[in-house]
Design a protein around this ligand. Structure first.
Ligand SMILES: O=C([O-])C(=O)C[C@H](O)[C@@H](O)C(=O)[O-]
Length: 304
């Protein structure tokens, strides 16, 4: 049971960078808890404001509910209260509610509500989906607005009015008008998290739109670079941010953009490239080719 209130969680998350660890698999694709824990233990020497277990980068969408529970429990135990652990809730409303309740029982400090699978939905349906999950838990809820669950400013405002524990909006869209409308309407009632793939790319402009922190996938394998980048963004040091975009992030995007799903696969490849084996990704994702891995390793070498 968490001792962090939803408001405390929201206030804390905006104080630093957010870690989205990969989930380690063995060659037979089973969860490798020991390697996962070692990775979290290694990353724990770096200062972050929150750890989102089994999120998008953590291939939460490829885990069974039982595996998500195991991953969340491993994270809660390994982190041992040093930073808040946020657990995922995926799928339709009933599945997401079951996962919210499991997350609370596992000792997570918050919930990341990911878009439901497959079906598209109207705003009224999305508002009811999010509200039902919020009602089912005492945890502070971060809603990931992306893909088939993109919330308008009006929906975000209604959700904030109806659900005290809806405290963070994670933006996976990057639409300037939509973010402006949302911040204008809802303001500091919520913490805004940048959640586009390779969130560093958008971090500086989104800061102007009220998005005070972001989820860093590259933190998994270049943690010092990721934290330095975050500090430059917060200091609004344009020159440093653009230098680092040119040095690492943009060439990284060039590899990432070669195949659909690589936004996740390349993160695992990055962990493997630094010699901290995270194993393969699960289908339907595919691993980088040997050639792409060599290029990534060389790129990482430039900033390590
Ligand atoms: O749920 C997830 O893992 C995300 O989508 C967050 C990622 O960390 C994303 O922001 C990124 O790739 O930097």
């Amino acid at each position: 049971m968490t001792s962090v209130t939803p408001d405390e969680l929201a206030a804390h998350l905006k104080t630093g960078l957010l870690s989205f660890p990969v989930t380690h698999f063995r060659p037979d694709l089973s969860f490798d808890e020991q390697a996962y824990r070692e990775h979290l233990s290694w990353l724990s020497q770096y200062d972050v404001a929150g750890l989102f277990a089994a999120g998008g980068t953590g291939e939460g969408f490829s885990l069974t509910p039982a595996e998500i529970d195991t991953v969340v429990r491993a994270a809660v135990s390994e982190v041992a209260g040093r930073v808040p652990v946020i657990a995922p809730a995926t799928g339709g409303t009933m599945s997401a509610i079951a996962q919210a309740q499991a997350a609370e029982a596992a000792g997570a400090d918050g919930l990341l509500l990911l878009p439901p699978y497959l079906t598209e939905a109207g705003q009224r349906g999305l508002v009811e989906h999010v509200s039902a999950v919020c009602r089912s838990t005492n945890l502070g809820v971060t809603v990931y607005s992306r893909a088939n669950a993109i919330l308008t400013d009006v929906s975000v405002a209604e959700l904030a009015d109806r659900n005290e524990n809806f405290v963070c909006l994670k933006d996976g869209v990057g639409n300037i008008e939509m973010m402006t409308r949302t911040y204008a309407r809802v303001g500091n009632r919520l913490t805004y998290i940048g959640g586009l793939p390779t969130a560093e790319t958008f971090a500086l402009p989104l800061l102007q739109l009220g998005v005070s922190t972001y989820s860093s996938a590259i933190f998994n394998f270049v943690p010092e670079f990721a934290l330095g980048f975050y500090a430059d963004v917060r200091a609004q040091d344009r020159d440093a941010v653009y230098r680092k975009l040119n040095e690492f992030v943009i060439p990284y995007l060039d590899i990432r953009d070669r195949t659909k799903g690589y936004a996740v696969s390349i993160v695992k490849a990055g962990v493997n490239a630094i010699g901290r084996s995270a194993g393969p990704v699960r289908p339907p994702l595919q691993d980088l080719t040997a050639d792409e891995l060599t290029q990534l390793t060389e790129l990482i070498g430039r900033v390590k």
